[in-house]
Design a protein around this ligand. Structure first.
Ligand SMILES: [Zn+2]
Length: 244
């Protein structure tokens, strides 16, 4: 199965378990990776780590410890099993829901931090790494003196408290190009993709994104910015966490 089905689900919180079967298993550098008939797990990418979970079989359950998108979506498994016996088995696939929910909160907060940094300091997000405890965003800011940590935190938390709806749909690239709320450079996305999965935070941000997000900014909780450090001329790395 090469299509990541998680993209059709929004909000991404509290994902439902799903039934599927094991198509194949491969040993890559001593690790076992399985391919499922269908998968709703998020494969690591775009700065967001993979979903984790458990495959429940009639005779045992197998932890999923990583998910990657290669030619197909593959799931690293660990534990005590006989690989040859797994192919064709029916499974119920469960999520580590707490992890997914936290990543959805952190990821939605990343859209807000990036949008506010753009509004306040013309900061361009040039990279990010989302985590369950801490998330970091690398900003390109020509005038680093303009960066104001307190103003950034206050503006983001104020948007969160405004309880804005976070929605998902699929839009044509050509429709997005002229919208000022689209802050990413669409030219950086593969040209062959005309229809994009788009996350809209009402009135604040529109962003093509395949990641996991909450339904309303009020689900995020407040953010707190920790370290801000220089990553060279015109670049700052900003770390934030979520406080309840
Ligand atoms: Zn996103």
């Amino acid at each position: 199965m090469d299509e990541p089905l998680h993209i059709y689900n929004h909000p991404a919180t509290n994902p439902q378990s799903f039934e599927t079967s094991i198509l194949g298993i491969s040993n890559i550098d001593g690790k076992y990776w399985i391919e499922l008939e269908e998968s709703y797990y998020y494969p690591a990418g775009g700065g967001q780590p993979a979903d984790l979970g458990t495959l429940e079989l009639s005779e045992c359950s197998i932890p999923i410890i990583d998910v990657r998108k290669k030619e197909t979506i593959i799931h690293e498994i660990m534990g005590d099993f006989t690989p040859d016996n797994l192919v064709g088995k029916q499974v119920v696939a469960h999520f580590d829901t707490e992890r997914r929910n936290q990543l959805a909160r952190m990821h939605t907060a990343q859209h807000l931090v990036s949008a506010v940094a753009d509004e306040l300091f013309s900061g361009t997000t040039i990279g990010n790494q989302i985590g369950t405890e801490k998330t970091r965003i690398d900003l390109g800011i020509i005038d680093r003196e303009a960066f104001d940590k307190e103003a950034l935190v206050d503006a983001v938390n104020s948007i969160i408290e405004s309880k804005l709806i976070v929605s998902m749909d699929f839009q044509q690239r050509s429709e997005l190009i002229s919208n000022p709320l689209v802050r990413v450079n669409l030219d950086l996305l593969p040209k062959a993709i005309e229809e994009l999965r788009v996350i809209t935070i009402d009135g604040v941000d529109i962003c093509p994104c395949a990641g996991s997000h909450v339904a309303n900014t009020s689900e995020i909780g407040s953010i707190e910015i920790g370290r801000v450090k220089s990553k060279g001329a015109g670049k700052l790395r900003v770390e934030y966490s979520i406080v309840e």
